[in-house]
Design a protein around this ligand. Structure first.
Ligand SMILES: [Zn+2]
Ligand SMILES: [Zn+2]
Length: 421
């Protein structure tokens, strides 16, 4: 039995914000209350720390199977645990693509054997994510997928999106889309604007994203499906999502820490600033922060996208898109959103816990009988992020060497402390 004592328990679902003890028996929370009996118990002293429901990342790339040079389920989930995440949804663009039940089962089994935190696979929407025929969605659901997506690219056509949505709705699965218009995106490497001109890099207009968001919302209106917009980066996309929510459509969205922290003004000839969607304008970044604050945006998701150092050590144009995300997500949220006075601490916690849980149709709360998944963090602890210290196999972060105030201090999954700073 593990007793977490004297922490500030912050649970947006239960509207709890008080100094309480949490008793864990086996993999479940058995009691929550003040000054619980401490005899014969393993004690974790959480004095001065926040105890939150376990963080969920809706969007990560663990690269296994097929991309083990860059990451494995073991190294990726170790990195996730250091970031305070207790569950990671892994995108299906592996090799082979997770488009059938046997790949899903192998990910689930590998995660059970080597995973440090919970791994919830996302299945491909189309076979091979090629945008032609539907993937084996129903069989993958039986094997454990929690959503579908052709991430890495959008669901190819409106017609296919309609089929995917019609198929997923009775199964209760959300459809997650990576929104871009390939004809506008073509060849681009950063956001189109004065900064792409200055750097002489091929730009991608903001409309590339919002056109696809608009299309998907039209399809959600037509089908009544649950639609989730991945890594949303522009104010145009946000306007579509806000309108959809006003119209009571089941549309949700996520924003990454790099998109609420950096802008296209930060881009330099360093491939650690190359990601998809690209870093947006300052006006877009500020609109995203407003959306995070007012509830229009449902979740912070990392889009953790490891790439082996050699693959990023090339010219900007030739490098793959993507950056690491697990270990800096909370610290960036605390620094950029809470310390700056733009979000309350409770709202930030919501964006990592109840928000993503709701996208998946789950609940996440600290109460007797619930799974004992907890994220224990400090708002004061100062530290410097060094990719060289990371259990991830990759090093591609623009935040390498950055100092932070605030960090995950312990990650508890199914009643076990899987990471302790
Ligand atoms: Zn994507
Ligand atoms: Zn992704």
């Amino acid at each position: 039995m593990l007793l977490i004592r004297n922490g500030r328990v912050l649970d947006p679902a239960m509207k709890t914000d008080a100094t309480l003890d949490i008793l864990i028996e086996g993999d479940r929370i058995s009691r929550v209350g003040p000054e619980l009996d401490a005899r014969d118990r393993e004690i974790f002293d959480a004095r001065g720390l926040i105890v939150a429901p376990g963080f969920i990342d809706l969007h990560g790339h663990l690269r296994e199977p097929g991309g083990e040079m860059s990451e494995t389920i073991e190294t990726g989930t170790k990195s996730a645990a250091r970031g305070g995440f207790t569950a990671v949804c892994c995108m299906p663009n592996t090799q082979p693509v997770n488009d059938n039940a046997s790949v899903t089962r192998s990910i689930v089994e590998r995660a059970a054997a080597a995973g440090i935190v919970r791994v919830w696979p996302i299945g491909a929407a189309s076979l091979g994510s090629k945008g032609e025929a539907l993937a084996e969605i129903s069989a993958m659901k039986a094997a454990g997928i929690v959503a579908v997506s052709d991430d890495g690219k959008p669901v190819a056509t409106a017609r296919l999106m309609r089929q995917v949505m019609d198929y997923c709705t009775p199964l209760g699965l959300p459809v997650i889309d990576h929104c871009e218009d390939p004809s506008l995106f073509a060849g681009g490497v950063m956001r189109e604007g004065p900064n792409s001109l200055k750097l002489g890099l091929q730009g991608i207009p903001a409309a590339s994203e919002s056109i696809c968001v608009g299309r998907d919302i039209e399809m959600a209106l037509l089908t009544g499906a649950r639609l989730h917009i991945a890594h949303m980066s522009t104010s145009g996309s946000l306007a579509y999502v806000r309108a959809a929510k006003r119209n009571k459509l089941r549309v949700t969205c996520e924003v990454t820490p790099h998109h609420f922290t950096l802008t296209d003004e930060d881009v330099r000839y360093d491939t650690h600033y190359k990601m998809n969607p690209p870093l947006a304008s300052r006006a877009d970044r500020d609109a995203l922060i407003a959306g995070l604050a007012d509830g229009s945006i449902d979740a912070i998701a990392t889009d953790h996208a490891p790439h082996h150092p050699a693959s990023k050590d090339v010219e900007f144009d030739r490098a793959p898109f993507g950056v690491l995300g697990f270990e800096t997500a909370l610290a960036l949220g605390l620094t950029e959103l809470v310390d700056s006075g733009k979000l309350s601490l409770t709202r930030l916690v919501e964006l990592f816990t109840t928000g993503p849980a709701r996208v998946l149709g789950l609940e996440r709360k600290i109460a007797a009988g619930e799974p004992a998944d907890l994220t224990i963090f400090s708002t004061e602890h100062t530290w410097t992020y060094r990719t060289a210290d990371s259990p991830s196999k990759s090093r591609n972060s623009p935040f390498d060497g950055r100092s932070f105030r605030g960090a995950p201090m312990a990650t508890v999954v199914a009643g076990r402390i899987v990471y302790r700073r």
